[in-house]
Design a protein around this ligand. Structure first.
Ligand code: SF4
Length: 362
């Protein structure tokens, strides 16, 4: 057994772990956690990063039917107490101004798939902000890129969309809408969302055009361990080829106020989340060195504890986060930089404020 693990350890260190070995390791948490922590220490040392940013969800009106979503509202309808909204340019700019004045270096913009949104609308949001503020724009998931390409009056390729958005000031893309990169799971949890192949194609195209992205995975619903492992291997393959992912972010499924939540008995517990973060560190080594623990999904104290299980980044201050809140997240909508500093120091590590692309601010 010891010799077997020594051989596997060697393969992991060389970035050569295989699928079945990853599944084996996920079932041996004590071995997995040790290797994940060792790799994190070697790759990222004792520094823990965070970014000062603001989320702007510019519309909640959406054509989609993702079963895990508590955010969307159909055009002209109400969902509980939530009404459909579409922020005006002025409202968006006010939010950006507030964020920049509070020290934000990144604005993260995502929204629902509004039926009348066109590519010029998406570009317009970026151009307006860029004309007034020097801030990094991290915007529009691959699903939104697809919507911009195929929506009302568009009919252009996703590559064209990405080029236009880049010209309009896009700095990077959130790798959301990945959920689980397996079509049999997607069919059940997000039937109208782009399929695995399209997500991968849009991400690869973005990377080829020099637009970095993050990578995410929604875990803790109907997916199996094998689905998670396969998802991570897909991310690894893309990263080996393009190097365009800045980080990997596991996102825990939250069960409140959504259809999928009614069929999932309980949310992922601490151990399950720790295994997911540690697996990400081990499978993605040495190709993707940043693993983020999302305080919004996990809660602040669980996110802090993930730093011992492979994570080296705590994400952003956010200032406004309505998507997870509506699904039952209770961690709040804003974590101030001082709170990040305290959390990280309390974990015995060194806090570092970073840019979206992981440049450290001294
Ligand atoms: S997750 Fe996004 S695309 Fe899916 S229904 Fe919700 S807002 Fe729409």
């Amino acid at each position: 057994m010891r010799n077997d693990f020594d051989a596997l350890h060697e393969k992991i260190r060389k970035g050569e772990i295989e699928r079945e070995e990853a599944v084996f390791l996920a079932n041996k948490p004590s071995l997995l956690f040790g290797v994940a922590d060792e790799l994190r220490r070697e790759e990222r040392g004792e520094e823990v990063t965070y970014v000062v940013n603001r989320n702007i969800n510019f519309t909640n009106v959406c054509l989609g039917n993702c079963k895990f979503c508590a955010f969307r509202v159909r055009a002209g309808e109400k969902r509980g107490r939530e009404k459909g909204y579409f922020l005006s340019q002025e409202e968006v700019l006010n939010k950006v101004e507030e964020a920049v004045n509070a020290g934000a270096t990144e604005i993260c913009i995502q929204g629902g798939l509004h039926p009348y949104l066109t590519l010029p609308d998406y570009c317009g949001i970026l151009e307006e902000i860029k004309s007034q503020f020097d801030v990094h724009l991290h915007a529009f998931s691959p699903m939104e890129i697809f919507h911009a390409a195929t929506g009302t009056g568009s009919g252009v390729s996703e590559e064209e969309v990405l080029k236009e958005l880049k010209n309009a000031g896009l700095g990077s893309i959130p790798g959301t809408a990945a959920e689980i990169l397996d079509d049999s799971v997607r069919e059940r949890i997000c039937p109208s969302k782009i399929r695995t192949e399209k997500w991968v194609e849009i991400i690869r195209t973005a990377h080829r055009l020099g637009i970095p992205t993050t990578a995410t995975m929604l875990y803790g619903h109907i997916e199996t361990l094998e689905n998670r492992v396969d998802h991570l291997f897909k991310i690894r393959e893309i990263q080996k080829e393009t190097g365009g992912f800045t980080e990997f972010v596991p996102l825990k499924f939250m069960r409140q106020n959504n259809e999928l939540g009614r069929t999932v008995r309980c949310e992922a517990d601490f151990l399950e989340s720790a295994v997911v973060h540690a697996l990400a560190r081990v499978i993605l080594h040495p190709w993707c060195v940043n693993v983020q623990a999302s305080w919004v999904k996990l809660g602040v104290s669980e996110a802090q504890r993930m730093l011992d299980f492979g994570a080296n980044d705590l994400g952003g201050t956010l200032m406004e986060e309505s998507i997870s809140r509506l699904s039952g997240a209770v961690a709040g909508e804003y974590l101030r930089p001082e709170e990040f500093e305290r959390l990280i120091k309390d974990a015995g590590r060194t806090p570092r404020q970073r840019s979206t692309l992981y440049k450290i601010f001294e």
